[in-house]
Design a protein around this ligand. Structure first.
Ligand SMILES: [Zn+2]
Length: 656
């Protein structure tokens, strides 16, 4: 379930009310690519001003204004008007505003929703700065970057206009030799100049990162986030009462050349599939560009089929060993020859190609067979675990194998959406599947996995809100638990403690008898290791492990052996640290007390920061994360677990 992200999103008070909704959302992978930026911004600026703006009445309460910047949808309620998108320039937005206010006299524009950051949807925002502007949390950085890049591209337009005007006065044309074209160019440059002279990039006041809803008048609007498809900040608006699905650039009307430099075509297909599956919820579908009336769900299917045909053709071209340019020349999708911008279909082919390069340089996921992702086991010196396999852009960390050895879970920031995601891979017929988003992942920060030794319960830390509370998830990590169901995992529940407030937990580990060990704010230092026993189905009040383990410094990530006889903790800032944090180890004595936590030393600890300790369920390998702050690089290492044996103090060894 996706709920509204509150907290850091509000910059000015928001009238109306938000409610969580539960229309499932999805995920997926994106990296970096800049090649198409220039092309894209050229197109955007070409669209900044249109010759004609028209309005189409969809129903008594809904009109769509169409201009050079695509479509603005305006919905009237008795409390005011909500509009979706704002065109590509303040000039055009002003015209749209006049039309909307003229059509709904006496009604005020209360909300502007931006479907994503592209100029033709957002550069008119400043005209509506008396309304509350809502958009995805990722809009602002994209908007400001694109604005700066586009501005740079058009630097010196005054000089260009001046030079062309002098030529015209002399009766000469520009390089083309065509006077009429030169006149048109001057007019175009002047329009662009007028836009830049007036434009103030205006990001949304309210930023959301997951499905949420807004009540205005008698109508409820759902804002659906799906992860990266056309951009990493796509937002689809569903006007529930009018059965209106306002798609932004997730739907163009029979048009090619629709991808941006950061589009994720594969995920875009999945998003459209999902929307098609839910089509009983809407009567009208509004594309970002093209006709707004009479467009039904079948247009979603057409767009999905186009993207799929494109993707499949590029996959086939790569399998044939073609180069990118050969693919652009050879791929034949003339089924779409009547679509707008078919002559630019090569740019969509290129975008798919770049995405494949970005997310998987070899494209074909390698064959991984056998235990531990088929990796050659390490000796007594730590080695990188599965280099180049589970990492492309983001770094996996906090890795967990299931006791049966047939599942592998890890946390990654691969999708670049600034939250962390839990991924999983499965070993089917001895072959490992490609990483997928785990079923219990959310659009909030999810991290710090720990699996019970019986493999039945998965604990993790998350900033997701607790259902039924309006509390902001900002800065609050709670511990959550999900239970294995047939082939998947249950809806996660927050872990509660008997007669004790919910604990803000950091990192946890669990023994076979169900005792949870975790790091949380403590009485000895900033973060201390605590434990909570599992008694009669609830967790007891957490107890501090005391001064053998905890100090005035930070005790953070930890691992407890299933039998509770060994604990490994990442400690920060201790005087004997090598780097910001090191891994320390302690053994439980027969009287239940702990040996003094001791630095594990080289070769485990280095100048980098060591964290995320984990012993494999079979006890054979020790995994940990090493973070190099200079290179800003995280690496997961593994080493033969006998290194731990060597760290046992004499008193423990003798008793073994
Ligand atoms: Zn767009």
């Amino acid at each position: 379930m996706k709920q509204i992200e509150a907290g850091d999103i509000f910059r000015k008070p928001i009238p109306g009310k938000f409610f969580p909704v539960s229309l499932g959302g999805t995920f997926v992978l994106i990296g970096k690519g800049f090649i198409l930026v220039i092309l894209l911004s050229c197109i955007l600026v070409a669209q900044v001003y249109s010759d004609s703006i028209q309005s189409t009445k969809i129903s008594e309460d809904v009109i769509v204004i169409s201009g050079g910047g695509g479509n603005i949808t305006a919905v009237r309620t008795y409390e005011g008007i909500l509009i979706v998108d704002s065109f590509a320039s303040p000039q055009e937005a002003r015209e749209a505003r006049t039309i909307i206010e003229g059509h709904f006299p006496g009604s005020e524009i209360k909300y502007v929703i931006n479907t994503h950051h592209h100029a033709d949807h957002i550069w008119g925002n400043q005209v509506f700065d008396d309304a509350v502007i809502i958009g995805h949390a990722n809009i602002e950085k994209n908007l400001m970057r694109d604005y700066a890049e586009t501005l740079k591209e058009y630097e010196g337009y005054d000089d260009k206009i001046g030079a062309l005007e002098i030529k015209l006065k002399e009766g000469k044309a520009d390089k083309s030799g065509d006077i009429e074209k030169t006149e048109k160019d001057i007019a175009r440059w002047k329009r662009i100049k007028a836009v830049f002279d007036e434009l103030i990039p205006t990001p949304p006041d309210v930023r959301i990162a997951c499905d949420s809803s807004l009540k205005l008048g008698a109508k409820t609007f759902e804002f659906l986030c799906f992860g990266t498809a056309h951009t990493d900040n796509d937002l689809v608006v569903l006007d529930r009462d009018d059965g209106l699905l306002i798609m932004g650039d997730l739907l163009f009307y029979r048009k090619c050349y629709i991808m941006g430099p950061h589009s994720d075509t594969k995920h875009w297909i999945a998003v459209l599939d999902k929307l098609i599956d839910n089509s009983s919820r809407y009567k009208h579908v509004i594309p970002s560009h093209g006709p707004a009336r009479g467009v039904g769900v079948s247009v979603l299917e057409e767009q999905r089929d186009y993207l799929r045909a494109l993707w499949d053709a590029v996959v086939a071209a790569r399998q044939k060993g073609l180069t990118k340019n050969q693919a652009i020349n050879e791929i034949n999708l003339d089924k779409y020859k009547d679509w707008l911008d078919y002559d630019r279909i090569g740019l969509d082919i290129e975008a798919c190609w770049i995405q494949m390069d970005r997310t998987a340089p070899n494209y074909e996921f390698p064959v991984l067979k056998g235990p531990y992702l088929g990796q050659k086991p390490p000796g007594m010196t730590p080695e990188l675990f599965a280099p180049g396999i589970i990492v492309e852009d983001g770094t996996p960390f906090n890795a967990v194998f299931s006791p049966c050895g047939h599942e592998f879970y890890f946390v990654t920031d691969a999708d670049g959406n600034e939250t962390l995601d839990i991924m999983w891979m499965r070993r089917v017929n001895d072959m490992w599947t490609e990483p997928e988003v785990a079923p219990f992942n959310s659009n909030y920060y999810d991290l710090n996995l720990c699996l019970s030794p019986d493999g039945y319960r998965m604990f993790f830390r998350s900033k997701r809100p607790i259902p039924g509370t309006s509390e902001s998830p900002k800065d609050r990590h709670y511990m959550w638990c999900t239970v294995r169901t047939d082939g998947s995992w249950s809806e996660p529940q927050v872990v509660e403690y008997a007669g004790y407030e919910t604990v803000t937990a950091s990192y946890q580990s669990i023994t076979s008898d169900g005792t949870l060990y975790f790091s949380s704010p403590g009485s000895v230092g900033e973060l201390d290791v605590h434990r909570s026993k599992f008694i009669n189905g609830t967790y007891s009040k957490p107890e501090n492990l005391g001064p053998s383990i905890n100090t005035k410094y930070i005790e953070g990530d930890l691992f407890i052996a299933p039998d509770g006889r060994l604990i490994i903790v990442s400690c920060w800032d201790r005087p004997d640290n090598n780097g910001d944090s090191d891994l320390y180890i302690s053994f439980r004595k027969s009287d239940g007390t702990w040996t003094k936590l001791r630095n594990m030393g080289a070769p485990i600890n280095s100048k980098a920061s060591e964290n995320c300790p984990m012993l494999s369920p079979d006890g054979r390998y020790f995994f940990f994360l090493s973070y190099d702050p200079v290179k800003d690089k995280r690496s997961t290492y593994w080493v033969d677990a006998r290194v731990i044996e060597e760290l046992k103090p004499e008193e423990i060894r003798l008793k073994d």
